[in-house]
Design a protein around this ligand. Structure first.
Ligand code: NDP
Length: 284
């Protein structure tokens, strides 16, 4: 009988990283699937990312998630990146294939899966408003455009970032995009189908904060989404529900972006409900 005590290692490089709950859903998933894999939170400072990526290769980790502040800088240490990650300009998941490190971005794909599977909505032909133009907004806007959204309005406080994202979509995808400067309460276009808060407004511990949106412009036919995973029921979503809109929380996106990474790393289907349960308990 052969003996093997070695675990396959994956995890996340970030700073800060101690309170990142992703470990809970991966450890639960590995256990549920009977896999001898481990997920760890690694505190990697910005100036140490190169050394950490070399270590990942040397110790033959199977892959790594990259979170703040490494999602853009991480591009420098990869052998290949997927076309979507190149468009987004950031990676959140790396897989080692032999000696090659391949980067992808599962954030926007996780949002799309939540949209389709939890809200039963296909973005093709839809008019979308994205609040924010940071990393999460870029990933979501690019994937919505690639999935055939008709028109995307990027609403952002900082003009430069918002304009750059709208231009990216206009230049690189068939979707039409425009930028709207975020000043005071933003009034949604009447024909908007999907509204996404892709800022960190409302994130724990600032649960009373809400993005500046004229709530009277929210209509029952709209789907209002939030990327904030903790708390899942943000004040924005609670008030949108009161206006009669359907809502989609950020927990689903977090679960699905992890489920996609699980499959990339292990080659197996992810136990999505086990992962959702593990994460839900952490934010309860
Ligand atoms: P970034 O720092 O890259 O971007 C933050 C964005 O929010 C910017 O557009 C910024 O505007 C805007 N913003 C922040 N505060 C305010 C404010 N007070 N008023 C107006 N705009 C504001 O962050 P990320 O994109 O990486 O993360 C954003 C959120 O997405 C976080 O809450 C994170 O937890 C969540 N997230 C969720 C995921 C999930 O799976 N559910 C995955 C990834 C992220 P400006 O450009 O003007 O600074």
């Amino acid at each position: 009988m052969t003996t093997n005590y070695r675990h396959e290692i994956v995890g996340v490089f970030g700073d800060p990283v101690d309170e990142n709950p992703t470990i809970l859903m991966f450890e639960a998933a590995f256990k549920a699937k009977g896999l001898r894999w481990r997920y760890q939170n690694f505190h990697v400072r910005a100036e140490d990312l190169g050394a950490a990526m070399a270590g990942l290769r040397a110790m033959r980790f199977r892959g790594i998630n990259l979170t703040i502040p490494h999602k853009i800088e991480g591009l420098r240490y990869l052998d290949r990146i997927t076309p979507e990650a190149a468009l987004i300009g950031a990676v959140n998941t790396v897989v080692r294939d032999g000696d090659a490190l391949i980067g992808t971005n599962t954030d926007g794909k996780g949002f799309l899966m939540a949209l389709k599977l939890n809200a039963n909505l296909d973005p093709a032909g839809k008019r979308v408003v994205v609040l924010g133009a940071g990393g999460a907004a870029r990933a979501i806007a690019v994937e919505l455009a690639l999935a055939g959204a008709r028109h995307i309005t990027i609403v952002n406080r900082t003009t430069q970032r918002g304009e750059a994202l709208a231009q990216l979509i206009n230049d690189k995808t068939p979707t039409r995009a425009e930028f709207a400067w975020w000043l005071g309460d933003y009034t949604l276009p009447e024909d908007a189908d999907i509204i996404v808060n892709a800022t960190n407004i409302g994130l724990y511990p600032h649960m009373n904060d809400k993005p500046g949106v004229n709530m009277d412009s929210i209509k029952p036919g709209m789907l209002v989404c939030d990327v904030v995973p903790n708390p899942p029921r943000t004040r924005f979503l609670i008030e949108a529900t009161a206006k009669g809109a359907k809502t989609l929380d950020g927990l689903g996106m977090l679960v699905y972006q992890g489920a996609i990474a699980f499959t990339i790393w292990t080659g197996q289907d992810a136990p999505v409900e086990v992962m959702r349960q593990a994460l839900s308990e952490s934010v309860a």
